[in-house]
Write a protein that binds this ligand. Structure first.
Ligand code: GTQ
Length: 373
């Protein structure tokens, strides 16, 4: 599944280039028996010239998945399943159940009146509401009401539970977690709440009142946790911000008009391991290709269009999810000449940036357009 690079060559000075001989093979066997190995047999693989993603570009079309997601309502209860979720299984990452890179994602569904038990874990989570009325999430006693395209955080270590009010309709949302990453770090703890539910300890939607005011944060109290105190980012405000920004910027040649969701206490990413953005492609807009490190999972929140990823075209429309693996060339196009298209994006950019691993390159040739393969 790994992508081969054009410049993947081993016959250059300084790279391992050791032909097998009977003596050498016998030697490798001896080392193997001692739980050791000769570096030159693996060096070119473990130190590639540039990132080699195991993930493959995929689009998960909502029209294909939606009925299957709804079917799970009759197949299992939230009590049986813990979480009633259809997860996105990247063909190159089935071993770690990732949608792309080290990011897990799934579509969770709940009927009115249902709730999933409260728990907490070292993995951080986001959810992005796709359809239905009456969804809510409780995070450390803060209850948040959720509507279409709202985005909510359940940062690592916080007690959280989800439900749908009895007056609502079946709700589907995208979960995104850093489970594969935290497992790779061998640092994942998981705990079920002793009461299976938490008490709502604050006014409903209090985080919006306190932290959701542009340019203003509550006086006096400092927020020192590693994640945003604003657990909910509303679509209405996000779209308004994008429209305002679009009025006064040409945007990025690679991303159109893109805004990052930030922690209002720091202006940094919403969580330490995962960040998110919403980008607007103007009517008729088509971006130029670039590539960068980090794994990216997009959901079309509005409109339709296509992306070219490593030379292959992927069409998407509202609610479709697609991924861009690390270091894959990608460019995006809005299909409409009259309406905006908006892409929500979840990524591990905070990890790349914090650890000094972020790198970016523009696709210089052909006016920034990849030839299709
Ligand atoms: O709601 O915390 O889709 O722990 C997978 C694992 C959701 C959650 C998932 C989880 C959650």
């Amino acid at each position: 599944m790994a992508r081969k690079h054009e410049n993947y060559r081993e016959d250059v000075p300084g790279r391992a280039n050791v032909a097998d001989t009977p003596e050498r093979l016998a030697y490798y066997d001896e080392l193997d028996g001692l739980d050791a190995g000769a570096l030159w047999t693996v060096a070119n693989r473990i130190e590639p010239w540039e990132p080699v993603s195991q993930s493959v570009p995929v689009v998960w079309r909502y029209r294909d998945l939606r009925d299957h997601v709804l079917r799970s309502l009759d197949l299992v209860t939230p009590e049986e399943a813990g979480r009633r979720v259809v997860y996105l299984n990247n063909p190159g990452r089935t071993d770690v159940a990732a949608a792309v890179g080290w990011i897990y994602a799934g579509l969770q569904v709940m009927n009115p009146g249902e709730a999933a038990s409260a728990h907490r874990h070292s993995a951080s989570a986001i959810r992005f509401i796709m359809e239905g009325e009456g969804a809510y999430t409780v995070v450390d006693g803060h209850k948040m009401t959720l509507g279409r395209n709202d985005f909510v955080l359940t940062p690592n270590g916080t007690w959280h539970e989800h439900g749908v009010e009895a007056w609502g309709s079946p709700c589907i949302w995208q979960d995104g977690l850093d489970i594969p990453f935290v497992n790779a770090m061998e640092a994942n703890f998981y705990e079920v709440h002793p009461d299976l539910a938490q008490a709502v300890a604050y006014e409903v939607d209090d985080v919006t009142g306190a932290w959701g005011n542009p340019g203003l944060t509550p006086g006096g109290g400092a927020w020192t946790k590693g994640y945003s105190p604003l657990f909910k980012y509303e679509w209405r405000r996000t779209y308004e911000a994008l429209r305002n920004y679009a009025e006064c910027t040409d945007g990025s040649p690679h991303d159109g008009v893109l805004m990052e969701y930030v922690n209002p206490a720091t202006n940094g990413p919403v969580m330490q391991t995962m960040g998110a953005s919403m980008q607007l492609l103007r009517p008729g807009e088509r971006t130029q290709a670039h590539r960068h490190t980090g794994s990216f999972l997009y959901q079309c929140a509005k409109g339709s269009g296509h992306s070219v990823i490593d030379g292959r075209r992927f069409d998407w429309s509202e609610r479709d999810i697609f991924c861009v693996p690390s270091w894959a060339w990608h460019e995006h196009a809005n299909a409409s000449d009259t309406d905006d298209a908006c892409l929500f994006c979840l990524s591990d950019l905070p990890v790349m940036r914090t650890l000094g691993l972020y790198r970016e390159q523009a696709f210089g040739d052909n006016d920034g357009r990849q030839p299709l393969v």
